[in-house]
Ligand binder design. Structure first.
Ligand code: ZN
Length: 478
């Protein structure tokens, strides 16, 4: 079935072959395509000019010179093409608009499900599915707040939610599978359990994906061709749709095909896991300095686990205009705010570097704000019913976050490797690197307090293997 990108591609083709043409005669071979009285339909349009062709969702809107609009829905297999008047037609051509310039526009439909309805211009939104159609998937029309509110109201699965044109216009089976894969959301995840980050990502991907598909003139599956007889080019770019049994382009896991709401649905069981709604487990993730914690964090995120990242939360708490930044400026002076309104971390670092009292003051201001924001973020995830939240905190033990974790993972390397990596990463002298490491709880001690240690001395593949094992254990606790 043509989806929004295909219908938009048809519209652009129709502008070339039908816009500005005047109708000389109309032949109707299968009357059911037209929902009006066929004779009235013909009489109303003969002698009129097609002034423009618009689109709303998957509906084409032919604008005529006498203030009438023909709403055309292609449904499963409808197609338009142009030929010279009198050229032979086949049995699947049901309506022919002959133009005064010697060309004619043919409507071809092997399934005969397509429909044309003539209304006064301005009344088109009362026709069929247009009555309840949702926003166009563009940044101007499709608002994040609206989408969020609609999701919260629905306990149904996300795939049928997205297929419902009331929520957003134009998504069909192909692009729903694609945007869910891009956003790492399981097609059966209940709509009201999506996390804020997932909603944001899904919203963004819907807009991007449909714009991209339009750019590539849609996807050719079955018999779609545009009005110029050209096939679309987007099928080369599909990551999920039609790839059941193939490897996931992101993680290499075998993609699975199932039925959701009677529609064939392809997804990756590894990066799009279904989350059961129940107790939320908090997994603390920490390490030494430069031991590769962020690599592990992003691998876990890739496996679909939501991450609360203390470094990101800290930046959020110190963003321009925040209470955090105002308090810092009051304590350390306005010079810690840069010209762009952002915190000047280097400036602040220099101020507290060799001043223990200033460092203490900095912690007293920031730590309670950061702590509050971190637990707020955890609670936001908890409310969505996620099974596991990863709490990624460099000073997890030092600041006692471990006490509220159900499980603690430490990423470790040999002391010599830690020293080398830190020197390379931060361009430190050996002495500086040693001082940085000494300022933290020794890695040795962190390892003793961990439920699981990920050994990051080896290759990325070895780290990945250990993370995969952790993912399995978190999903299927023994
Ligand atoms: Zn995958």
């Amino acid at each position: 079935m043509p989806e929004l990108p295909e219908v938009e591609t048809v519209r652009r083709g129709l502008l070339k072959i039908a816009k500005g043409r005047k109708i000389n005669a109309i032949d109707v071979y299968y009357g059911k395509i037209i929902t009006n009285d066929v004779e009235e339909f013909r009489q109303a349009l003969i002698g009129q000019t097609i002034e423009d062709i618009d689109r709303r969702g998957k509906y084409l809107l032919f604008r005529f010179s006498n203030q009438l609009t023909m709403v055309s829905h292609l449904r499963m297999e409808g197609q338009y093409f142009s030929q010279s008047v009198g050229a032979p037609i086949d049995k699947h051509t049901h309506v022919v608009f002959q133009f005064t310039d010697g060309t004619e526009l043919c409507y071809h439909d092997t399934r005969k499900f397509g429909r044309m309805t003539l209304v006064k211009t301005g009344q088109e939104m009362k026709v069929g599915g247009l009555k309840t159609i949702g926003p166009e998937p563009t940044p101007e029309d499709f608002k994040l707040d609206f989408f969020k509110a609609e999701l919260k109201k629905s306990r149904g699965k996300i795939k049928p939610f997205l297929l419902n044109q009331r929520h957003v216009a134009g998504l069909g089976n192909i692009y729903v599978d694609e945007v869910l894969w891009m956003s790492k959301i399981n097609p059966e995840q209940p709509a009201n359990t999506l996390t804020a980050a997932e909603i944001w990502s899904l919203h963004d991907n819907i807009i991007k994906e449909l714009a991209m598909a339009i750019k590539y003139k849609g996807t050719t599956v079955h018999t779609f061709v545009d009005a110029m007889g050209d096939a679309g080019g987007f099928q080369e770019r599909l990551n999920a749709y039609g790839r059941g049994g193939e490897q996931c382009p992101r993680c290499g896991t075998k993609m699975v095909k199932i039925k959701v709401a009677q529609r064939g649905t392809t997804f990756c069981p590894y990066c799009q896991p279904l989350r059961e709604v129940g107790e939320t487990k908090i997994v603390g993730l920490t390490g030494g300095i430069a031991t590769g914690k962020s690599t592990v964090s992003s691998l876990l995120n890739q496996a679909g686990f939501p991450i609360v990242d203390a470094d990101l939360v800290t930046r959020q708490v110190q963003r321009p205009g925040s209470t955090g930044l105002k308090r810092l400026a009051a304590a350390f002076g306005p010079q810690i705010i840069g010209k762009d309104g952002q915190l000047d971390r280097q400036q602040l670092g220099q101020l507290v570097f060799s001043d223990a009292a200033a460092r203490r003051q900095l912690n007293e201001i920031m730590q309670p704000l950061i702590r509050k924001a971190i637990w707020q973020a955890v609670d936001d995830f908890r409310r969505t019913g996620v099974a596991t939240v990863i709490l990624d905190v460099p000073l997890l033990f030092e600041q006692h976050y471990d006490r509220d974790c159900d499980y603690v993972v430490v990423v470790a390397v040999e002391p010599a490797t830690e020293l080398q990596r830190l020197m390379a990463r931060n361009h430190y002298s050996k002495k500086m690197a040693q001082a940085r490491i000494a300022a933290q709880m020794p890695l040795e001690k962190k390892i003793q307090r961990a439920d699981l240690v990920i050994d990051n001395n080896g290759s990325l593949a070895e780290t990945r293997r250990q993370v995969h094992q952790l993912v399995e254990d978190l999903r299927n606790p023994r």
